[in-house]
Design a protein around this ligand. Structure first.
Ligand SMILES: Cc1ncc(COP(=O)(O)O)c(C=O)c1O
Length: 321
C-alpha cells in the first residue's frame, strides 16, 4: 500500500487523457524529467466558498505554466483551455473542498541525452489537501536562516519561469535552514540584498509601509505577492516596491513570507549565516511576535480567497462552473 501520509484526501491523478488511482504507478523510470529535472510546474490552491470550491487565480497560474514551458522549449501536449479544464476536473474528481493543485509538464520517456530530442512532453495533474506548508504553528511566527549561498541571478535564467531542476537550489537551502534549527531559508542575491525564500516572496513592514522587492532583485514575482500588494493598497495601506537590504530586513518592524504554498506567514526570528567568516548571528525581528499589519493583511487575504470580498471575487474560478 502506498504511503498517503503527506497526501491527504488524494485519490486520483490525471495523466495524458485519463484518471489513475493514486496508487497506480505508470511513469517510466527512464523518463528524462526524472533524471535531469527537465520539468516545469505550477503550485495552485483552491478554497471553499459559498459557491463551492474555487481555484485562486487560475488564469494567472496557467499563463505562468505555459510561459515556463516556453522557457524550457517544450511543446505542450494540450492548450491552456484544456489544462484549466483538467485542473477543475481533478479537484472535482478528488472531492476536495480545499486543496493544493500540482500541474506538471515533463520531458518523458524516449532518450537520455541532455537534449530530449526523442522525449515527448507529457502532462500530469494531481491535487491533495495540503495544510499549513510550514506547520500548524507557523501563523504565530517563523524563524529564517539567511543562507551563505546566493540566489541564482536573473541574468543567468529567466526567473519568471518555474523550472523544476532549479528547485534543487531551494531544496538544498531548505534542508540547510532546518539543519540550522530554522523553519525556512532566505536567499540573498548576488548583490548581497534580500532576494526571496526557496518558494516564497518576502515583505517587510517599516513605519506603516509594506514593502517587497521585484524581479530586478533575482526573485520570482509570485502571484500571492501581486495579490497582497493589491489587497494592501485596497485597504489604504501604503506599499512600496524596491530593493531590500539585509540591514532593512533586520531593522524591519514586521516581515512576512508570501506564496501559494505558504500563503502569508510572519517571520519573527532570523539567524544570519550569510557570512561564514562572521559566524552565526541571531536576531529578533520587530517585537518577536506576528505583527499587527501582517495579521490584518493575512485576515483580509483569507477573506479574499474564500470569496468573502466582492471586489476580489474576480480572482476565483469555481470548479463546478
Ligand atoms: C522561488 C519562488 N518564489 C516565490 C514564490 C511565490 O509565488 P506564488 O505566490 O505565485 O506561489 C514561489 C512559488 O511559486 C517560488 O517558487
Amino acid at each position: 500500500m502506498i504511503n498517503m501520509e503527506n497526501f491527504p484526501k488524494a485519490s486520483k491523478y490525471w495523466y495524458m487523457g485519463k484518471f489513475y488511482d493514486w496508487s497506480e504507478l505508470i511513469i517510466h523510470p527512464m523518463s528524462h524529467g526524472l533524471h535531469y529535472g527537465t520539468i516545469v510546474f505550477e503550485g495552485i490552491r483552491a478554497y471553499p466558498t459559498s459557491k463551492g470550491t474555487a481555484v485562486f487565480r487560475l488564469p494567472e497560474h496557467t499563463n505562468r505554466f505555459f510561459y515556463s514551458a516556453g522557457v524550457a522549449k517544450m511543446v505542450p501536449p494540450y492548450d491552456a483551455a484544456k489544462v484549466n479544464d483538467v485542473i477543475k476536473q481533478v479537484v472535482r474528481e478528488n472531492k476536495l473542498a480545499s486543496c493544493y493543485i500540482r500541474p506538471l509538464f515533463f520531458y518523458s520517456y524516449g532518450n537520455l541525452g541532455l537534449v530530449p530530442k526523442a522525449s515527448p512532453v507529457e502532462f500530469l495533474c494531481s491535487a491533495w489537501e495540503w495544510g499549513a506548508y510550514l506547520g500548524e504553528n507557523a501563523g504565530a511566527g517563523t524563524s529564517v536562516y539567511i543562507l551563505p549561498t546566493r540566489r541564482i541571478h536573473h541574468t543567468q535564467v529567466d526567473m519568471k519561469a518555474k523550472l523544476g531542476g532549479l528547485y534543487m537550489l531551494s531544496t538544498i537551502g531548505g534542508l540547510e535552514a532546518r539543519a540550522q534549527g530554522c523553519d525556512e531559508a532566505l536567499f540573498l542575491n548576488i548583490e548581497g540584498r534580500v532576494a526571496e525564500g526557496p518558494g516564497e516572496n518576502i515583505f517587510i513592514v517599516k513605519n506603516g509601509v509594506v514593502k517587497t522587492n521585484d524581479r530586478s532583485e533575482s526573485i520570482l514575482e509570485g502571484i500571492t505577492r501581486t495579490s497582497i500588494l493589491e489587497i494592501a493598497a485596497d485597504m489604504g495601506i501604503k506599499t512600496a516596491v524596491g530593493p531590500i537590504t539585509k540591514a532593512d530586513f533586520l531593522a524591519a518592524d514586521e516581515a512576512f513570507f508570501t506564496g501559494t504554498a505558504v500563503e502569508i506567514i510572519p517571520v519573527v526570528k532570523v539567524i544570519d549565516g550569510s557570512d561564514p567568516k562572521a559566524g552565526r548571528r541571531e536576531y529578533t525581528l520587530g517585537t518577536g511576535q506576528a505583527g499587527a499589519l501582517t495579521a490584518k493583511l493575512r485576515a483580509r487575504f483569507f477573506e479574499a480567497i474564500t470569496g468573502k470580498v466582492p471586489r476580489f471575487k474576480k480572482w476565483l474560478t469555481y470548479v463546478n462552473d
